[in-house]
Design a protein. Structure first.
Length: 329
């Protein structure tokens, strides 16, 4: 709306100036420069003397030019001023609202580095309905995040102040996908100091960096080259399985994922068998395994008893699994 008003004001100003120049050239017979000068001093009402003596027709034209020109000039100035002020205020208010929203987050995820890897991370978190904050130092990247309505912080993720601004003390996890392994290693150390209980997953370009990152406090380290190699081999020897996973991960209308639910002390299904819990009869997901201690039970029996600390491995629609998490977690 404001942009349209600004465009209209600009067009009207151009029309007034052209009308003034053409009017003086036709009525008084002046050249272009004299006509332009007279139009400017008339509309701006600076009080200078006329370029030359005006004829009666020229004076009437000048009166009309002052009346219409001043009104349009004031309209243009006020519109332009409002455009600048409202734009700045809008940025300030949006930033304050974003800071307030971030400070109120709990159990959220912090994605550090929105590069070629980070964009896929935030896309997955968004699709599966997770709360997250993105951190990046690139102005253009932050502008894109802002346009998409994604909570973000512009800054260096390895700095304690930036992680604190992302409410790292109350976050569930940090995903480290910065430019190089050295930066990710420093980020791991910084995040672990600020929140000893937080889960940290990092990206490593070099294989030798994996052990260093785990020693620094990373709970998991992902090697993109290693994962890429496995994916290529899988595509060759088990293409149907890979196609199934692709369809599951890339679905837009229905989002299917493999999820886990840890049974807590206060869980409604704690102490029940799978059959008694009612999970086997619910639509939208399938129980494919249970993690008990350090071992996994695949395709568990309906008589398998669920206990505190057990983790259910489910595959299904994220919205259905999300409802079960509220019930069983």
């Amino acid at each position: 709306m404001m942009t349209r008003r600004l465009l209209i004001a600009s067009i009207l100003m151009i029309i007034v100036f052209l009308s003034g120049i053409c009017g003086y050239m036709i009525i008084e017979g002046w050249d272009f420069l004299d006509s332009l000068y007279m139009t400017v001093i008339t509309i701006s009402t600076v009080g200078f003397r006329e370029v030359k003596s005006l004829t009666p027709q020229g004076r009437i034209f000048t009166i009309l030019l002052i009346m219409f020109g001043m009104g349009i000039l004031l309209f243009g100035i006020s519109t332009f001023t409002a455009f600048l002020i409202e734009g700045e205020l809008n940025v300030i208010f949006r930033r304050r609202k974003m800071v307030k929203n971030i400070s109120g987050l709990t159990e959220h995820y912090i994605v550090c580095g929105i590069g070629r890897t980070g964009v896929h991370i935030i896309d997955e978190l968004y699709k599966t309905g997770r709360s997250f904050v993105a951190i990046d130092n690139n102005e253009e990247v932050c502008r894109e995040l802002d346009n998409k309505g994604i909570l973000y912080i512009k800054g260096d993720a390895t700095h304690s102040s930036v992680l604190k601004a992302a409410n790292v003390e109350h976050a569930r996890g940090v995903l480290c996908s910065l430019t190089n392994d050295a930066e990710n290693l420093l980020l791991i150390l910084t995040a672990r100091v600020l929140n000893p209980k937080i889960r940290i997953i990092a990206k490593a370009e070099e294989e030798e960096s994996e052990n260093k990152m785990r020693r620094a406090g990373a709970d998991g380290v992902i090697l993109p080259l290693f994962i890429g190699g496995l994916r290529m081999a899988s595509e060759m020897i088990r293409p149907k399985v890979v196609t199934f996973l692709d369809e599951m991960l890339k679905g837009h209308e229905e989002v299917f994922r493999v999820e886990d639910i840890t049974i807590g002390d206060n869980s409604h299904i704690n102490g029940m068998t799978l059959k008694e819990s009612g999970l086997l009869g619910k639509k939208g997901f399938t129980v494919v395994g249970i993690r008990k201690g350090g071992r996994y039970i695949f395709n568990p029996s309906e008589e398998e008893r669920l206990e505190t600390g057990d983790t259910l491995i489910l595959i299904g629609e994220t919205k259905d699994i999300g409802e079960i998490k509220k019930f069983a977690g």
